[in-house]
Design a protein around this ligand. Structure first.
Ligand code: FES
Ligand code: MG
Length: 588
């Protein structure tokens, strides 16, 4: 490849026509021992966008992996510059980490745009770190490669696998039944986190890293290598090597992330049983790269894809097993042979999807099924519509027997559920009232949670997967249909209807709902409706009093002024479209 291309960084570091500017730019980088030779002899300057820190434990081992990235960059003739990305930790950030995705995105855009970087390694892992960093690389469109951090090792309870997040939901049921006490609950949950790494279930982290690989943004096989494995540090080195050549080739995010690549990622998401957080994240990335995708594409291209990966929460195994069975390469191999993904998309290693994955097969068919023997057919997200929202999604791969057992309507129409709405105004209200006997929740109820979308919460809370009251769990009813304008954890096996857009706080139909209203969920036609006359809904809208939106920080205020609905990615809109939304539904 040609190493003659003029690099972006020379505008800062070596412009003889502006000696004073160049001197100012360069002098301070020498103060810790870099030399002029390194910065002025045309070596690519490579950023390492560091998402790990003590506050971001899922990505913390990137602080060590970065050394291997540096080694690779140096060996290929580049100069590494490591810098911090705004910390995002899914479990630790209040009110919700989703609020911070766009903030981390903005911060990284400023760094990539404003500093002398020719290319960047994106260290990813915990849920929002992956979309935030890819969005930024897409906006600036300089050569960029994803280095996933990898899942934690399998968690174990003697011989039983204990998966991140998923264990919380099942242990909470045991706790409600009195099978375990507080100490037992803590022991169960902490057993799921045995090593460095991100969540070991097929939650949002493993999903988004798998989709980053499926998009072509990481080296093949990168997504699922467990964090502590030697192969993780080795791929950190290869990633560092590769980004330098990507700079010389000028291989940019816009060359890799085409519409076909996004459709590949949507199909991959169904096949792995991926998180319901993937649609807004993928949408936001596509928006940044200028590719048109929409929630319709999930229905059209994703819903009919079979589930091939047997990982929690849809299945049994965890990230370590997924890696050992072949990871993303094996799944892509299966989808390629079935003609379901486009093989000619370019990837960051310079080869196509077909070249990278065409020969890959499962190494353990209990964990990654061959295409002909899937875990389940039609495993993608259904896009639901009706008079409560324009769109919401439902993960069909987790609809289990438990759920079907408690059908709420007549046996003649087993896919049409009718129930009595129990409405909560956000997670605090839910936690406060769910076990109150006067609510009178039974197996004919649908739990509704609102005011937890991007505007309402703000950021959109992962709360739609609500457990039934303890008194129902004691009777063996572990699951009720849930509907909400928030999200749910990717680690949850709840078949909720979530990401409802527009959310209640933006004037969506959920705002009009009252407890005891009759709600119908039609799984055949993907419809959700409250069974009330339009006139009644209009009457309620005229009298609607929305709860006030209180901003606790300056960013919350800016976020609320700019955020779009989840079906549009929870992205930033600073154009007329957002103003129209405000006009229609009132200033938040
Ligand atoms: Fe960070 Fe799950 S909490 S990956
Ligand atoms: Mg999450």
């Amino acid at each position: 490849m040609s190493k003659k291309r003029k690099l972006r960084s020379t505008d800062w570091f070596n412009d003889p026509s502006q000696p004073d500017q160049t001197a100012i730019y360069i002098e301070r980088y020498l103060n810790y021992g870099l030399t002029r030779e390194e910065l002025q002899s045309g070596k690519p300057i490579i950023g390492i966008a560091q998402t790990g820190s003590d506050l971001a434990p899922c990505n913390r081992h990137h602080m060590e992996l970065a050394q291997r990235v540096r080694d690779g960059i140096r060996a290929a003739g580049g100069v590494p510059f490591e810098f911090p990305v705004h910390a995002i930790h899914e479990m630790g950030k209040r009110p919700t980490a989703a609020l911070d995705r766009n903030l981390a995105y903005l911060g990284l855009v400023e760094i990539l745009y404003g500093y002398p970087l020719d290319g960047v390694v994106l260290t990813t892992g915990c849920d929002k770190t992956t979309p935030a960093t890819i969005m930024a690389a897409a906006t600036v469109d300089i050569p960029a490669i994803v280095l996933s951090g990898g899942p934690m090792l399998n968690g174990w309870d003697v011989e039983k696998r204990v998966g991140s997040g998923s264990i919380i939901w099942s242990s909470r049921e045991q706790y409600a039944r009195g099978d375990i006490d507080y100490e037992g609950f803590m022991d169960n949950v902490t057993a799921s986190a045995p090593s460095p790494g991100h969540c070991n279930t097929m939650g949002t982290a493993l999903t988004m890293n798998s989709l980053a690989e499926g998009l072509g943004m990481s080296l093949p096989g990168c997504a699922a290598i467990p964090a502590p494995y030697k192969e993780r540090a080795q791929i950190a080195y290869y990633t560092g090597l590769r980004i330098v050549d990507m700079v010389w080739e000028d291989l940019k995010p816009s060359d890799v992330m085409t519409r076909e690549a996004f459709l590949n990622a949507i199909r991959l998401c169904s096949a792995i049983g991926g998180s319901t957080n993937a649609p807004p994240h993928l949408q936001a990335i596509a928006n940044r790269v200028g590719v048109e995708i929409s929630i319709e594409d999930w229905q059209e291209y994703g819903e009919e894809i079979p589930l091939l990966v047997n990982c929690q929460p849809a299945g049994e195994y965890l990230g370590e097993d997924f890696y050992r069975a072949g990871g993303v390469p094996s799944v892509m191999g299966e989808l390629l042979r079935a003609g379901l993904v486009a093989g000619d998309c370019r990837t960051v290693n310079g080869k196509t999807i077909g070249e990278n994955y065409g020969e890959q097969v499962s190494r353990n068919e209990k964990v990654i099924r061959p295409f002909a023997q899937p875990m389940m057919e039609n495993a993608g997200f259904a896009v639901m519509r009706g008079n409560l929202f324009d769109s919401a999604i439902m993960k069909k791969s987790v609809i289990g027997e438990d759920f079907r057992k408690h059908y709420l309507s007549d046996p003649e129409h087993p896919n049409v559920l009718r129930g009595r709405a129990i409405v909560f105004d956000g997670p605090e209200d839910y936690h406060h009232r769910i076990d109150d006997p006067s609510l009178d929740v039974d197996e004919r109820c649908v739990l509704i949670i609102r005011n937890c979308g991007p505007l309402g919460y703000p950021g959109s809370a992962e709360v739609v997967n609500m457990r039934p009251p303890d008194y129902l769990i004691k009777r063996g009813i572990n699951c009720l249909p849930c509907i909400g304008d928030g999200r749910q954890s990717g680690t949850s096996a709840s078949p909720s209807i979530l990401n409802a857009s527009p959310e209640a706080a933006a004037g969506g139909g959920l705002a009009l709902l009252q407890t005891n209203d009759p709600v119908e969920i039609d799984l055949n036609n993907n419809r959700v409706n409250v069974l009330l006359e339009d006139a009644e809904l209009e009457r309620r809208r005229a009298e609607l009093q929305q709860p006030p939106l209180v901003n606790q920080t300056p960013w919350q205020e800016i976020y609320r002024k700019t955020v779009t609905q989840l079906q549009d990615g929870g992205d930033m809109a600073m154009d007329e479209e957002h103003l129209r939304l405000v006009e229609r539904h009132g200033t938040p």
